[in-house]
Design a protein around this ligand. Structure first.
Ligand code: SF4
Length: 299
């Protein structure tokens, strides 16, 4: 017998495929724009907005759950900086675990990584020099925080851009054994940072190298199907599977870029969207990737 998670996904697939409904599954909750870094590649720390209160977050989570969301990832800004009086992110995670199949956090890794969230992604942009060029002098502190953390599902997410593309294979080798797994995505050229997008030929070349590393056993968690699909963006996107919540509490369903930047699918490198869309379309490798990333059991 499959676990209740998989039974839900099966029911979801049947209802959306044959019942004419678009039910979302995964939401990223931008709980604050506030951040302790000023990364060159990030447009969000520049936005001066109020963060939601604890009770506003709870209300939003209830809404997300009612809408169909079962996987939730908190991001920012830096989500570990979120506070409402005595409440901190961990209070939100404890509540979120009551509703959702999986809770995740995406962090810049500069603060101690102690949390009950099921999955934690730490963003790294290259080896020390390249990473520090984008994020300030933080690389060593992040690696120390990774080593100090007791969390059982620490992942690194690498956003590949023109500046770091050459050293991604070395970064994968460097991280092997330090974290549970590595996911990649490609930089989306937000307005003002178009120069950071890579050339199409370089993208294909790095994906070929990553496919080779994955086949050799390096802990890249993106499926081979997704890595192949990203080469020329030959995959079918189901953007309605994704929800986004702004610090204002506004919930939107659809592409991550909606209300943030021009939606240019040809330039898309959001590997998480690729994987989720492929899993929805029954690509077994993507289902397995999701199982590993979110630590689901079959039964
Ligand atoms: S930009 Fe990417 S995630 Fe957004 S709708 Fe296009 S393919 Fe999907």
């Amino acid at each position: 017998m499959f676990s209740s998670h998989y039974l839900y996904f099966l029911k979801h697939n049947i209802l959306t495929r044959f019942g004419g409904k678009s039910i979302p599954l995964l939401a990223s909750y931008k709980i604050t724009h506030h951040c302790n870094l000023k990364c060159r590649t990030c447009p969000f720390w520049k936005i001066n907005s109020a963060a939601p209160t604890y009770h506003e977050v709870l209300k939003n989570m209830q809404q997300l759950w009612q809408d169909g969301i079962r996987l939730i990832i908190f991001e920012g800004g830096e989500p570990f900086l979120w506070r409402d009086g005595a409440y901190c992110l961990e209070d939100i995670i404890i509540e979120a675990k009551k509703y959702f199949f999986c809770t995740g956090i995406t962090t810049n890794g500069t603060l101690p990584i102690n949390t009950a969230a099921d999955t934690v992604w730490i963003s790294l942009d290259g080896l020390a020099e390249t990473h520090n060029l984008n994020r300030g002098d933080t690389f060593d502190r992040i690696i120390q925080n990774i080593s100090d953390s007791q969390h059982s599902n620490l992942l690194v997410n690498i956003t590949i851009n023109r500046l770091n593309i050459e050293e991604i294979p070395d970064l994968v080798r460097f991280l092997t054994g330090k974290v549970k797994g590595i996911t990649i995505q490609f930089y989306y050229p937000f307005p003002g940072t178009e120069d950071l997008g890579g050339a199409a030929s370089a993208r294909i070349a790095i994906l070929d190298q990553l496919i080779k590393l994955k086949r050799q056993g390096f802990p890249l968690l993106n499926s081979l199907s997704t890595l192949e699909g990203l080469k020329k963006n030959r995959w079918r996107c189901h953007p309605w599977l994704i929800g986004s919540v702004e610090p204002t509490g506004e919930i939107t369903y659809g592409c991550y870029l909606q209300n943030r930047a021009e939606i240019a699918c040809a330039k898309c490198g959001f590997a998480a969207h690729t994987e989720l869309s492929k899993a929805y379309d029954w690509h077994f490798a993507s289902i397995l990737a999701g199982k590993k990333i979110f630590k689901f059991r079959w039964y």
